[in-house]
Design a protein around this ligand. Structure first.
Ligand SMILES: *Cc1c(COP(=O)(O)O)cnc(C)c1O
Length: 426
C-alpha cells in the first residue's frame, strides 16, 4: 500500500482494502479520463472566448432593483450563455426556479391552443407530467391550455426510433418536437447530439420545416464537444443548479437557441409586450458568470466521478448504465444492486461523505407523485443541486440507484471508497 492510500485509509477511517478496490478501478480509467479532459479543454476554450468576446467586466456583476431596465449584467449574461452554448440567443434568469420551470415557460411560450407537442424520446422526466397534463389536472397545465402531448417510445436499444417518430409527426404535424437528452431516472442511455439527435433533426427539418425542435438539455451541458443546437435544435433548456451553473449559481435556469424562438419565449417569461426588457436581480450576478466559467471543469469532475463509480461496481459484478468506458451525454450513473439494503447503504454512505449535512441519515420516504418509496442522498451547498454529489433511488426492484455530480473528482473518489467500505462491512 502506497503512502497516499495509507493516509486516505487512516483519515477516512476505512480499510486499506476499500481504498485499494477504488484505486484499482481508477487506474483502469486513463483513456476515459483523457477523453473527458479533451472535451473539458474544448468547452473551456469556447466559454473563455464567450467571456472575452462579450467583454465581461466587473460592472456586469452589479445587482439591480425594480424593473431592471437596461440591466447590463443580465443582458450580457444572456449573450455569454448563448455563445457558450453555441446558440444565437439565450435567456438566463435567477427567477427561473428550476429546470422544470424553464421547460414549462419555453413550451408554453412556443405553443398556442390547438398546438401539439410530440416527444421523440418517450415519456418525459417525471416532473413534466403535471406540466404537460399527462397526470394530475393542474390549472395552467399545457393540456388545460389546449396543447396536446404525445410521444414515440425509444426503440429496444434506447435510441430514437426515427421512422416511428416521422410517421407520427406526419400524422399530427406537431408544433414542437421534444427530445430529452439525459437518461433522467430511466434505465436507458443518454442521447448524444451528433450520433443520436442529428438524424431525427435532419429528417424533421426536411419533412416538417415549420416544426420547432426543443431539447431538454438538463445534465447534458458540456459533457460533449457540441450542444444539440449545432445539429439543428431550435431551443435547448436547462437548470443552473446542474452543469452550466458550475456549482456556484445559487438557483436559476436558461433557454438558448434561435433568436426568434427565444424572443417568443421571452413574451411568456414576463409579460407580453415587455419580454426580456424587465427583470432585476438584487443579488450579484457574479456567481452566474463564475459558475458558467467553471462549468466545463466541474462537469468533467462529475463525469470522471460517474465513470469511477461505474468501474468500481463493474469490477464487483454489478450491472451499470452506462458502462465505465462509455461516451457520455449526461452526468448520471445508474447502478443496479442486489437488494434494498445495499441501495440504502449506498445512499447513506454518499450522505455521510458529503461536506454539508453529513450527520443526516437519509431514509426511504413516500415522495409525492411516486408509486414506491424513494431514498435520496444530497449533502449539497445549494439545496437540491445535483451537480454536487448526490444519489436518488426508488425502493423497488431492480434496485437501481442514480448517482451524479461531484464538485471535485477526488470527492467522488472518497465517497466511492466510503460506499465500498460500508457495503463490505454490512
Ligand atoms: C433535472 C431535470 C429536469 C428538471 O428538473 P428540476 O429539478 O426541475 O430542475 C428535467 N429533465 C431532466 C432530464 C432532468 O435531469
Amino acid at each position: 500500500m502506497n503512502d497516499i492510500n495509507r493516509r486516505i485509509s487512516e483519515t477516512m477511517n476505512v480499510s486499506p482494502a476499500s481504498v485499494n478496490i477504488v484505486t484499482k478501478a481508477e487506474n483502469a480509467l486513463g483513456d476515459v479520463f483523457a477523453y473527458i479532459e479533451s472535451v473539458e479543454q474544448i468547452c473551456t476554450a469556447r466559454v473563455l472566448r464567450a467571456f472575452t468576446d462579450e467583454g465581461v467586466a466587473l460592472r456586469h456583476f452589479t445587482p439591480t432593483t425594480g424593473y431592471g431596465y437596461d440591466d447590463t449584467g443580465r443582458d450580457t449574461l444572456d449573450r455569454v450563455f448563448a455563445h457558450a452554448l453555441q446558440s444565437e440567443d439565450a435567456i438566463v434568469r435567477p427567477q427561473l426556479t428550476s429546470g422544470t420551470h424553464a421547460i414549462y415557460v419555453a413550451l408554453a411560450g412556443l405553443t398556442e391552443p390547438g398546438d401539439s407537442i410530440l416527444s421523440a424520446s418517450g415519456k418525459p422526466y417525471d416532473t413534466l407530467e403535471n406540466v404537460l397534463g399527462i397526470s394530475g389536472d393542474c390549472p395552467n397545465s399545457l393540456k388545460r391550455n389546449g396543447v396536446s402531448f404525445s410521444y414515440a417510445s425509444l426503440d429496444g436499444n434506447g435510441k430514437i426510433d426515427v421512422e416511428a417518430v416521422i410517421q407520427k409527426a406526419l400524422q399530427i404535424k406537431p408544433k414542437l418536437l421534444y427530445i430529452q437528452r439525459s437518461r433522467g431516472y430511466a434505465w436507458r442511455d443518454s442521447l448524444l447530439p451528433a450520433r443520436d439527435m442529428k438524424p431525427i433533426f435532419t429528417r424533421i427539418r426536411r419533412e416538417l420545416p415549420s416544426t420547432l425542435i426543443v431539447v431538454d438539455n438538463c445534465y447534458g451541458e458540456f459533457t460533449g464537444i457540441d450542444e444539440p443546437t449545432v445539429f439543428g435544435a431550435d431551443v435547448i433548456i436547462g437548470s443552473l443548479i446542474k452543469n452550466p451553473g458550475g456549482g456556484l449559481a445559487p438557483t436559476g435556469g436558461y433557454m438558448a437557441g434561435k433568436h426568434q424562438a427565444i424572443e417568443q419565449i421571452s413574451q411568456r417569461l414576463t409579460v407580453p409586450g415587455m419580454g426580456r426588457e424587465v427583470g432585476s436581480y438584487a443579488g450579484s450576478y457574479r456567481p452566474f458568470y463564475q459558475g458558467l466559467f467553471t462549468a466545463p471543469h466541474i462537469t468533467a469532475q462529475a463525469l470522471k466521478s460517474a465513470a469511477l463509480f461505474a468501474r468500481v461496481f463493474e469490477e464487483l459484478g454489478y450491472e451499470t448504465m452506462p458502462a465505465a468506458d462509455a461516451i457520455r451525454s449526461d452526468i448520471v450513473q445508474a447502478i443496479r444492486f442486489h437488494s434494498a439494503d445495499e441501495l440504502i447503504s449506498f445512499c447513506k454512505s454518499i450522505q455521510a461523505a458529503s461536506p454539508v449535512d453529513s450527520q443526516a441519515s437519509p431514509e426511504p420516504w413516500d415522495m409525492p407523485g411516486y408509486t414506491s418509496q424513494v431514498i435520496m442522498a444530497a449533502g449539497a451547498f445549494v439545496q437540491g443541486a445535483s451537480i454536487e454529489l448526490s444519489a436518488d433511488a426508488p425502493i423497488r426492484e431492480p434496485y437501481t440507484v442514480y448517482v451524479q455530480g461531484a464538485l471535485s473528482y477526488f470527492h467522488g473518489k472518497l465517497a466511492a471508497i466510503k460506499v465500498i467500505d460500508a457495503l463490505k462491512r454490512d
